[in-house]
Structures are given as C-alpha cells and as structure tokens.
Design a protein around this ligand. Structure first.
Ligand code: GLN
Length: 487
C-alpha cells in the first residue's frame, strides 16, 4: 500500500467505504507515524492509542455488517487540547488543568465522532491559546516539521505540526487572533477560521469568547471543507452559535472566474518580510491568470487592530480564567485552609507567565477608572475595523493577504513580546470583524512554507473555499516536510 498518511480525507474515506483499506490500518499507520516522529516534533500532549484502535474496530465491524458509515468514518484526527473530550485529559496547555478530565465532549468533538472520525489524541498548544509559537505551553514546545529548530506557530501549533508531520490526516484547532491560520501557514498546511458563530464553542475552553472560533486544519482545502461540514451548524448549547443553514462546502467546486479580489495595501507594509510579500503577490497574480479581477484597496483602520485586540482579548480572558480557583477542578497546590489563600497559591503555581500577564492587563483595562480609556476605546476601534471590511466587501467578494508576516521563526527568537504579537498582524483584524478566512500554502522561503490568506464575507465560507481550492489546484505547493519523509 502506498503512503496512507499522504491521502486526502475524501480519498481515505472512499477507499475505506470500498473496503480497500480498514479503519484499523489507517489508525495503526497514524500511530506508527506518531511513534516515528513524535520524539522530535512533540506535537501531542495525550495519545489515546487504545481508544483509537477500539473505535477503528467498531467502524470496521459496522462496515462489514453493511451499515452506512458517516462521512468521516475511519479518519484519524488530532484535537487541540482546549477541546473538551469525555474521559480524556484536557489541559488547554496549562498546568492548572494538568489533571482535568471532562465528563463531556465539546459539540465539535461529538459531531466529529458522530461522523465517524477517530481521535488519536490531544495536540499541544500555547497555554489557554495565548501565543503564536507553542512556547507558552505549560508542558513543552512543539517543533516545526520543516525545521526542528523553529516554532510551528501557535497557538494551535501541535495540531498543525501533527498534520504536517503526517501523524494524522487532519486536526481541529481554535482561532482567536490567528491560532489556526498562522500555524497552518508556518507548517505548510491548510487551516480555516470559520465565521464567528458558524461552529459551536460549547466545550471549547474559553480564551476570549467574542473572538474564539473552532476550525479545521488539513493537507488540502477539501479536507478542511469536509471537516467544516461535520462541525458547522446551530447548537442550542452555545448562545452565540448562529442559526444560519449550513451549505454544502465540499464537492470540489473550484472557480475564481469573475471573482472580485481586493488586495489591502496595509497588509504588505512594515513588518511583512519582502520574500513573503513577493510570494503572496505572485499568488495574487496566479488568481488573476485564473480569471479573478484583482484590485488594490485600503483598510485604513488596520493600524488599530493589534492594540484593540490586546485590550479586548485579555479583558475577556481575565474574566474567563477567573473560574480556575483550585476548588472546582484542576490543580490545587495549597495546604492552606481558607479559600483566598488556596486560590492565590493555586493560581500562582498553576498559571504560566503569559496567562498571568494577560489576566493583569485585562483586569486593569476593565477597572472602573480605566474602562472608558481602554476597553471602550478598543471596542470603538473594533467597530471601525469592521466598517472597513463592510465597505471593502461592497466592492470585493474576497480579500487576499499574507497569513503571517514571516515564515517560522527560531525557537526563542521572538522572546520580545512585541515581536511575538506582531506575528498576528495579518490575522487579528479578521477575528475582530468575525469574518471567515483560510490559509493555503503559496510557496517557500529558504525551505520554510508561506501561507496565503483569503478572507470572505460572514458565512461565505463556500466562496473562500472555492477560491482556495482553485489556487491549490493551479499550483503545486503541497510538500512533505523532511521529518515525515518515508524511507
Ligand atoms: N497570538 C494571539 C494571542 O496570543 C492569538 C492566539 C489565538 O488565536 N488563540 O492572543
């Protein structure tokens, strides 16, 4: 059998349906690949080999009995560790949840399971999804499969690295300011952040609730479309989940003919490496050759995005993280009797430096005396950013930009917190506006992958998927990183 982990989700599922391969073969191969590369890549926090094999056997049994299988039957997947998984440790990359075993599945997870997908385990991430490199994980740093001295991006770095290293066919991540798209770009795979409200956040450990969104990571655009199909749609358990009908995302529609594409000049300015900008501009002209109508445009409020995000996200985080008090679940380090001492000591020992800093910034921004100066102004800036996009989408169907201003940086290189935050400059405005966006590989700089970001109107995932698929089919950027090359 040729390389099973090189298959697309659709390809693997078809072979399985026709009994050319079994779910057990797929899962065994994935586990073998994990064993072979994991000591170098370190993408995962928990591996659930036994459960995965048991699920595979049950799918194979049902298949042999002629049962109709779900659309993702037998597909090995890894889940970011901030997605609650019933009976399986879910730490969100934090020591404060090192022993937390949820009694329920996140809605996205149960929908995947119902579709037949098989979880191999939980992927590493920056603590509570705060970061762009996985260096903020409370456990270890994941390495980029293209260069083990570099970061895989973050915060869904483990998910993206696992897909790139061919440890799983696909993954789920979460994206608050770029955490699916940026690691996908840095690892040379495809990642998509759906419209805010498209996918239920029930069971996603909250970072910044008005920005968080769960989404797929895969080797191809179609893989992401199939995963999105399974997880999208209304859920009464999340009050922000939209009651918008779910269209058909898959089926290889691929067309950009007549598509009006805007290229916002602010996304090619300072901080964006010239090599990266060059590859993205080349991708734009490829889209033009394929029939799209290209025009430059401006999103003038982009300059406020980082500052607004780094008030709003910490403000929401400071509130969301208040629940980790050493009483209800997770770590409890203190022998001290009395609630305050116990909570203080547990939080001091359980949270890492980045989480603590954001809790403090967020709490400060929300205090009565400063609320108007910080939080309110940040929300006003958010409105301006959204209005920029509204105006642009009167003229354009999609916008294209780089996903990340640079390729993967070296582990430890972005120790300066401002430099690290600049890594999100192209992705954060999209979360502030609640829009869908996808990152697809568009070339390599010194052997490191670069991503093209395609942004759409709310709930127009089909448009960005079609444009991304079209670009993907016209180019040849899907490559296997050295760590995953089969001998
Ligand atoms: N890097 C950004 C942050 O640290 C975004 C992370 C994310 O999308 N979860 O907040």
């Amino acid at each position: 059998m040729s390389d099973l982990m090189e298959m697309t989700v659709r390809g693997a599922h078809e072979l399985l349906k026709q009994s050319w391969i079994s779910a057990r073969e797929l899962v065994e191969e994935a586990l073998k690949r994990i064993e072979r590369s994991e000591d170098r890549v370190r993408a995962l926090l928990t591996i659930t080999a036994e459960q995965a094999l048991a699920s595979a056997d049950s799918i194979d049994r049902r298949r042999s009995e002629g049962e109709t299988l779900g659309p993702l039957a037998g597909i090995p997947i890894v889940l970011k560790d901030n997605l609650c998984t019933s009976g399986v440790k879910t730490s969100a990359g934090s020591r404060i949840l090192y022993n937390f075993v949820p009694p329920y599945d996140a809605t996205a997870v149960s929908r995947l399971r119902n579709a037949g997908a098989i979880s191999l385990g939980k992927a590493n991430m920056d603590e509570f999804a705060m970061g762009s490199s996985t260096e903020n994980s409370g456990f270890h740093t994941t390495r980029n499969p293209w260069d083990l001295d570099r970061v895989p991006g973050g915060s869904s770095g483990g998910s993206a690295a696992a897909v790139a290293a061919r440890q799983a066919l696909c993954a789920l991540g979460s994206d608050t300011g770029g955490s699916i798209r940026q690691p996908a770009a840095l690892c040379g795979v495809v990642g998509m952040k759906p419209t805010y409200g498209r996918v239920s956040r029930y069971g996603l450990i909250a970072y910044a609730s008005s920005l968080d969104q769960i989404g797929p990571i895969g080797k191809t655009v179609d893989d992401c479309a199939l995963l999105l199909q399974a997880i999208a749609g209304y859920d009464p358990l999340d009050s922000t989940c939209a009651e918008v009908p779910v269209p058909d995302y898959g089926a290889g529609r691929c067309s950009v003919s007549g598509l009006r594409i805007g290229v916002p000049r602010e996304y090619f300015g300072t901080g964006v490496q010239p090599d990266v900008a060059g590859l993205v501009r080349a991708a734009v002209s490829t889209l033009g050759d394929l029939g799209a109508i290209i025009e430059e445009c401006s999103l003038p409020s982009t300059e406020f995005a980082l500052a607004a995000y780094y008030i709003i996200a910490p403000a929401e985080a400071s509130s969301n993280l208040a629940r980790f008090d050493g009483v209800k679940y997770g770590l409890r380090t203190s022998q001290i009797s009395g609630h305050i001492g116990l909570t203080e000591q547990t939080r001091d020992e359980g949270f890492g430096a980045e989480a603590k800093q954001r809790i403090m910034v967020g709490t400060y921004a929300l205090t009565a005396g400063y609320y108007d100066a910080y939080y309110k102004r940040a929300q006003q800036a958010r409105t301006l950013i959204r209005q920029d996009f509204d105006r642009a989408f009167e003229r354009f169907d999609v916008l294209v930009t780089p996903t990340s201003p640079t390729p993967a940086f070296r582990i430890g290189e972005n120790a300066d917190p401002i430099a690290m935050k600049l890594a999100d400059i192209c992705t954060i405005p999209i979360n502030l506006a609640g829009l869908p966006a996808i990152s697809v590989p568009c070339g390599y700089v010194n052997g490191l992958p670069v991503g093209l970001q395609i942004v759409g109107r709310p709930f127009e995932e089909p448009t960005i998927l079609a444009a991304a698929a079209c670009y993907e089919q016209a180019t040849d950027w899907r490559r296997v990183p050295p760590v995953a090359a089969q001998q």
